[in-house]
Design a protein around this ligand. Structure first.
Ligand SMILES: *Cc1c(COP(=O)(O)O)cnc(C)c1O
Length: 232
């Protein structure tokens, strides 16, 4: 199957999962994860109408963003503080803010670049130690600092991101996604109408589990191999 055909099938599956959950399909945005695939594959997807792309490494994000600046690029993988400047210049949204130190570095660079950084906080929902992410109390503390002490004034937090455990147990995966949804809803209720805490997004769901994520409220699904094929 071609990338265009894969994209059509993924979009149809997203629509079906949204409708099954009683949601309007337009409330779920597809982030096409193009990591490891050549720019030609990205261009093919863009020609087929895909606009938002995700990369997990800054070294790969930057040249692809420069080759296709008319697309919208998201950083979805872990970010080192020494690459924050490049990340902010290339990415419209950083999904993977997983520490206070990183948030601090992002705020500082955003100020230096005179821009607002748009981010999600990555939460460890799988309880797997090797997965990056804040735990919920840590995220809560960062948001409270922003809301009550005007901390990180050059940052807007658009929501939460999480990755489910690597398992076939769909009940467990759904439970982890539901936890992320509950955390986002609780934060959004605590900081309503805060201009730097819109908290509208839940980035969860990949090729293997996006239907479960949409059922639990995902607004951004990050899908790679179902569109571009298996990575070598
Ligand atoms: C690679 C990756 C994805 C996409 O995974 P697929 O299984 O290929 O859909 C999603 N999110 C993150 C953080 C990734 O690194």
């Amino acid at each position: 199957m071609s990338i265009a055909e894969n994209l059509r099938a993924v979009r149809a599956a997203i629509t079906e999962a949204a409708q099954a959950a009683g949601r309007h399909p337009s409330t779920v945005q597809l982030v096409a994860v193009s990591k490891t695939y050549p720019i030609e594959a990205v261009q093919e997807a863009y020609a087929a109408g895909q606009v938002v792309f995700g990369e997990n490494r800054v070294q790969e994000l930057v040249p692809k963003q420069q080759a296709l600046p008319q697309a919208q690029w998201h950083l979805i993988g872990s970010l080192q503080t020494n690459k924050v400047k490049q990340a902010l210049q290339a990415a419209a949204l950083i999904h993977s803010v997983d520490s206070q130190r990183l948030l601090q570095a992002i705020d500082k660079q955003a100020e230096a670049l005179s821009l607002t950084a748009h981010v999600l906080l990555q939460i460890n929902i799988s309880d797997e130690d090797q997965k990056h992410g804040l735990d919920e109390p840590e995220a809560d503390a960062l948001l409270a600092d922003m809301a009550h002490h005007n901390a990180y004034p050059h940052v807007q937090v658009h929501g939460l991101m999480g990755m489910a455990a690597f398992t076939d147990d769909s009940t467990m995966i759904s439970r982890q996604f539901a936890r992320l949804r509950q955390a986002r809803d609780a934060f959004a209720a605590r900081y309503p109408q805060h201009p730097r805490l819109p908290l509208e997004h839940l980035s969860m769901g990949m090729s293997g589990d996006f239907a479960l994520a949409i059922a639990q409220g995902a607004t951004l699904v990050r899908i790679g191999s179902a569109i571009f094929g298996h990575r070598g």
